[in-house]
Write a protein that binds this ligand. Structure first.
Ligand code: SF4
Length: 110
């Protein structure tokens, strides 16, 4: 479903039927931060671009609400995990390189 910022996100749900205005992020539900979530956080959330760039079915995303420096403002903090290698994915837009080998430019020890 499209977020209010016109980006497709598989975790966004909005119900506007007959005057309803219910919105939720289904990624953040498991983190316990869902009460603090508002759809304003979708504006700069990296998830729509991550899922567009990397469709690997082994990558699992986790989302939390993080605070911007000095506690002013909030943003989405996204962690990615590969359930095949059981490792954190450093660059979720690219993937961990297990299923789809990374080009040399992305490897640390060239
Ligand atoms: S906060 Fe991010 S993951 Fe959650 S619904 Fe909005 S764009 Fe999707």
């Amino acid at each position: 479903m499209k977020t209010p910022y016109d980006k497709e996100c598989p975790y966004f749900f909005g119900d506007y039927y007959r005057g309803r205005n219910h919105e939720e992020c289904r990624l953040i539900e498991a983190s316990g931060d869902s009460k603090q979530w508002t759809s304003k956080l979708c504006k700069n959330c990296p998830v729509p671009s991550i899922v567009q760039a990397n469709a690997c079915s082994n990558m699992v995303l986790e989302g939390r609400i993080g605070k911007i420096v000095l506690g002013f403002g909030k943003h989405m903090q996204i962690n990615a995990y590969c359930k095949k290698t059981n490792k954190k994915v450093k660059e979720p837009h690219i993937g961990c390189g297990e299923c789809h080998p990374l080009p040399e430019i992305f490897l640390e020890d060239k």
